[in-house]
Design a protein around this ligand. Structure first.
Ligand SMILES: *Cc1c(COP(=O)(O)O)cnc(C)c1O
Length: 371
């Protein structure tokens, strides 16, 4: 083993967490958790204190997304992965079309494709690092893609599919985008996400901003299809309207999530978040483009994500070794997505991360490359 470079302290970022999920959690969130401790932790989620917290969270997210009347913030236990099964049962009526351009988009595509009560899904794919376009198709009643493909760092436009059948829903996986990228939720019927990316909380919950059409679809399918109780969306809707979840949520996750939503809304909401992540990501892309040994993995600048950046390195750089050296210096989780298999670093530029820390990280990478 070669001797690892020690990065001078003055070059190091204030905070060394740049992982693509879970995100860095801000200290103020941990303080909020500590402050709420005796009042909320260890108390019933069916009683007013926790229900008020969930109510504040739902309102805070409604306002963050600028959602119109009729849209409702629904939540439940199980993370975005659970929502794929929920949506397969409760939002897709006969056939779905998916854009599959990385790990996360492909997982939801497989879920609907395998469901024995649905027709085989139409799955439009493209190579990792690129983006396919949706294509209106008769008989498709739900279109789906991730807003941000976390495995590759490609961001997709969020807009309705021109020429789609009347009533077709658009289900967008905003897990790693929500809270960091701008979105017009009126273009979607379910914009779903988890707390552990730009909202800088912990995993385990799913949240979905749902349109009236999606709420109606859930009612309709609940009346005509067997659905496992845990995945029944109408149950989640009824509970959410009472500021509860069907089963016990992690209270600490709710507290740190709510604190991040307060912080975002207090600083200017979605515009603030989108400007901050654009600043951070812009620093990475500008650095990589100017570098002799690095380049952005996503070649089309229009498809580059502002919340997950991916940087390929020249052959003479061992990116895995680079990531290990950074880790030995307290800079963690910049390894590439494991199944992508590239000589790459993946650097999250989530809202919780300070843009100045991104600059410090890039200086640290340069320092290691020079030594
Ligand atoms: C992280 C992630 C998921 C998985 O979220 P879980 O809460 O772990 O189920 C799904 N989709 C995208 C785009 C993600 O980034």
């Amino acid at each position: 083993m070669s001797q690892r470079v020690t990065i001078p302290r003055e070059l190091l970022p204030q905070d060394g967490r740049f992982g693509a999920g879970p995100s860095k959690v801000r200290s103020a969130q941990v303080e909020a958790l500590s402050a709420a401790g005796r009042e909320l932790l260890g108390t019933s989620h069916r009683q007013a204190p926790v229900k008020n917290l969930v109510g504040e969270l739902r309102e805070g997210l409604h306002s963050f997304f600028g959602a119109p009347e009729g849209y409702e913030l629904i939540l439940g236990v199980g993370g975005s992965t659970a929502f794929w099964d929920i949506a397969s049962f409760c939002l897709v009526e006969r056939k779905a079309q998916h854009l599959s351009f990385g790990e996360f988009g492909s997982k939801f595509a497989k879920a609907t494709d395998k469901a024995p009560f649905l027709e085989a899904s139409s799955i439009l794919t493209s190579e990792a690092g690129t983006l396919p376009a949706p294509s209106a198709e008769a008989g498709v009643d739900a279109y789906a893609w991730p807003h941000n493909e976390t495995s590759t760092g490609v961001a997709a436009p969020v807009r309705r599919v021109a020429g789609a059948d009347d009533g077709a829903l658009l289900l967008v996986d905003g897990t790693s985008a929500a809270g960091g990228l701008a979105v017009d939720v009126t273009e979607t019927d379910a914009y779903y996400f988890g707390p552990q990316k730009n909202f800088a909380s912990d995993g385990g919950l799913w949240l979905a901003m749902m349109s009236p059409a999606a709420l109606q679809r859930a009612e309709k399918l609940a009346a005509q299809r067997w659905v496992p109780d845990f995945l029944q969306l109408t149950t989640a809707i009824e509970n959410s309207r009472k500021n509860q979840t069907y089963n016990t949520p992690a209270l600490a996750t709710l507290i740190t999530l709510n604190e991040q939503v307060r912080w975002l809304n207090g600083n200017g909401g979605m515009d603030f978040a989108a400007a901050r992540t654009a600043d951070s990501a812009g620093r990475v892309y500008a650095w990589a483009e100017a570098h002799d040994l690095a380049q952005p993995f996503v070649t089309d600048p229009a498809e580059r994500s502002n919340v997950i950046t991916t940087v390929d390195f020249a052959e003479e750089v061992d990116a895995a070794e680079l990531a290990q050296t950074l880790r030995a210096n307290g800079i963690v989780d910049v390894e590439p997505y494991r199944k992508l298999g590239r000589n790459q670093l993946r650097i999250a530029t989530f809202t919780a991360i300070e843009p100045e820390d991104i600059t410090a990280l890039l200086n640290c990478i340069d320092h290691v490359l020079r030594h």
